[in-house]
Design a protein around this ligand. Structure first.
Ligand code: PMP
Length: 426
C-alpha cells in the first residue's frame, strides 16, 4: 500500500491520542526507527526529542534490546500468568525490588501506566477495607497532576483546565491541594509545606492515600518542585496513618538524573507506579510496587486477594526487554549520560530567554522546557521542527524535550535549535 492510501485509511479509521474525530489530524507516517532517529515514509529522518513520550531512553533498535526480544520470542511470547510463572517476570520483579527502596517488596506487573495507577489506588482502598477502616477512601493529591486516562486515575488528575474536566460529577471525589511551587532550585517554601501537612492532618480520617508525581509534574505543566515537599508528605502521611503513592511513570529510570525522582528527596512511598521507560519503549508494560504492610493488610481482609488480573500481566517479552534495559542503564552509566544531556539542553535553550513571548526556560536531568505566554500552534510547531530535522510534540504553552540518553551533543544542539525556532515562530 502506498503512503497516500495508508494515510487516507488512517484518517478514516484510526484514533490517535487526544485526537478529535479521525480525519482532522495529519500524523506523519513512520516506516522505521533506529538510534535517535525516526525514519519517515517520505525519506526524511527526524531526531526524536520526545523519546516516544519518555519511553525510548536507549533509542530505537538498540542491539542489546533487540536481541533480548528476539531471544525471548524463541522461547515464548506470552503465557497466562494465573497459575503459571516464568523466569523473565520473576527476574524483573527482583530487579525492581533491588532498584527501588528496600521497603518496596511486592510487584504487580501490568500493561500500561494508567492501569498501574488503577492498581495502586485499588491496593490502597482495599488495604483500608481489609484492616477495618472502610471510611478511608479518598485520595489527596495536588493540582496540576496527571496520572492517566482511565476512570480512577482521572479522578486524581487536575480537575480544572486539565484534560479530564468533562468527567466532573462522574469521577470519585478527591481532595485537592494547590500544586507545589515550581521551585526545584529556589525552594522550599515553608508556608506551602505547612499547607500540605495541615491538609493531610485535616482529612486524615477519610484519606486512603496521598498520590503525587514526585519532583516533575509532567502533563500538568512540566513543573519541577523542591524535594522537601516529598519529605513533608512522607512525614505527614506517617503521622496521620495515610498511605503514600508515588507515580514515577514518567520520571522513573534515570530521567531526572537519579534512578527515580524520589531519590532526590531520599523518600520511599508505600506504593510506587512505574511504566514508560520500564521496557525502554519496546513493549507495553507497567508495574505497581508495594510494601509488605500493604500486601499483608490486603491478604488479611474479608476478600484476601488483590482482585486484579489483566490478560497480559507479566508478559514475558516485555519482562525480558525490561531486564535488558535495566542492565543497560547500569552498563552505560546513565547518570553521566543524563548529566551530559542536561548540560546540552541548558546551554542550547539559554538563547530562548530573550525570545519575545518566552515566559520561562528550565531543565532538570534530561528534560528541557521552554514555557511561552501563549498556546503553541501545533501545525506551525510541527512544520518548524520537522524542517530542522527534529520531532517535537509541544503541549499547550510548552515546548519541551526529553531525548534518548544516547543523543549526541551535536544532535542535542539540533534539538535545542529547533525548540528555540518553535518558540519564536509557533
Ligand atoms: N502517570 C504519569 C505521570 C504519566 O505521565 C502517564 C502517561 N502520560 C500516565 C500516568 C499514564 O500512563 P499510560 O499512558 O501508559 O497509561
Amino acid at each position: 500500500m502506498n503512503s497516500e492510501t495508508l494515510l487516507a485509511l488512517d484518517a478514516q479509521h484510526v484514533w490517535h491520542p487526544y485526537g478529535p474525530m479521525p480525519g482532522t489530524v495529519e500524523p506523519l507516517l513512520v516506516s522505521s526507527a533506529e538510534g535517535v532517529r525516526l525514519h519517515l515514509d517520505d525519506g526524511r529522518a527526524l531526531i526524536d526529542g520526545m523519546s516516544s513520550w519518555w519511553a525510548a531512553i536507549h533509542g530505537y533498535r538498540h542491539p542489546v534490546l533487540d536481541q533480548a526480544v528476539h531471544d525471548q520470542v524463541g522461547r515464548m511470547s506470552h503465557v497466562m500468568f494465573g497459575g503459571l510463572t516464568h523466569e523473565p517476570a520473576i527476574t524483573l520483579a527482583s530487579n525492581l525490588v533491588d532498584l527501588t527502596p528496600e521497603e518496596l517488596q511486592h510487584v504487580f506487573l501490568c500493561d500500561s501506566g494508567s492501569v498501574s495507577v488503577e492498581v495502586a489506588l485499588k491496593m490502597c482502598l482495599q488495604y483500608w477495607r481489609s484492616v477495618g477502616r472502610p471510611g478511608k477512601q479518598k485520595m489527596l493529591t495536588w493540582r496540576s497532576g496527571y496520572h492517566g486516562d482511565t476512570f480512577h486515575p482521572m479522578s486524581v488528575c487536575d480537575p480544572e483546565g486539565g484534560m479530564h474536566s468533562l468527567w466532573r460529577g462522574v469521577l470519585p471525589e478527591q481532595v485537592f491541594v494547590p500544586a507545589p511551587p515550581a521551585d526545584f532550585e529556589s525552594g522550599p517554601d515553608e508556608s506551602y509545606s505547612r499547607v500540605l501537612a495541615e491538609s493531610i492532618a485535616e482529612h486524615a480520617d477519610e484519606l486512603a492515600a496521598v498520590v503525587v508525581e514526585p519532583i516533575v509534574q509532567g502533563a500538568g505543566g512540566m513543573r519541577f518542585h523542591h524535594p522537601e515537599y516529598l519529605r513533608v508528605l512522607r512525614e505527614a502521611t506517617r503521622a496521620n496513618d495515610v498511605l503514600l503513592v508515588f507515580d514515577e511513570i514518567a520520571t522513573g529510570f534515570g530521567r531526572t538524573g537519579t534512578l527515580f525522582a524520589a531519590d532526590h528527596a531520599g523518600v520511599s512511598p508505600d506504593v510506587l507506579c512505574l511504566g514508560k521507560a520500564l521496557t525502554a519503549g519496546y513493549l507495553t508494560m507497567a508495574a505497581t510496587l508495594c510494601t509488605p504492610r500493604v500486601a499483608d493488610g490486603i491478604s488479611r481482609g474479608e476478600l484476601p486477594v488483590l482482585a486484579h488480573g489483566p490478560t497480559f500481566m507479566g508478559n514475558p517479552l516485555a519482562s525480558a526487554v525490561a531486564n535488558a534495559s535495566i542492565q543497560l542503564l547500569h552498563d552505560t552509566d546513565f547518570s553521566s549520560a543524563v548529566a551530559r544531556i542536561g548540560a546540552g539542553l541548558r546551554s542550547g535553550l539559554w538563547q530562548a530567554r530573550d525570545v519575545p513571548g518566552v515566559r520561562d526556560v528550565r531543565s532538570l536531568g534530561a528534560i528541557g522546557v521552554i514555557e511561552l505566554d501563549r498556546q503553541v500552534d501545533m501545525a506551525v510547531a510541527t512544520r518548524v521542527a520537522t524542517e530542522r530535522g527534529v520531532w517535537l510534540r509541544p503541549f499547550r504553552n510548552m515546548v519541551y524535550a526529553m531525548p534518548p540518553y544516547i543523543t549526541t551533543d551535536a544532535e542535542l544542539a539540533v534539538i535545542t535549535d529547533a525548540m528555540v525556532a518553535v518558540a519564536r515562530e509557533a
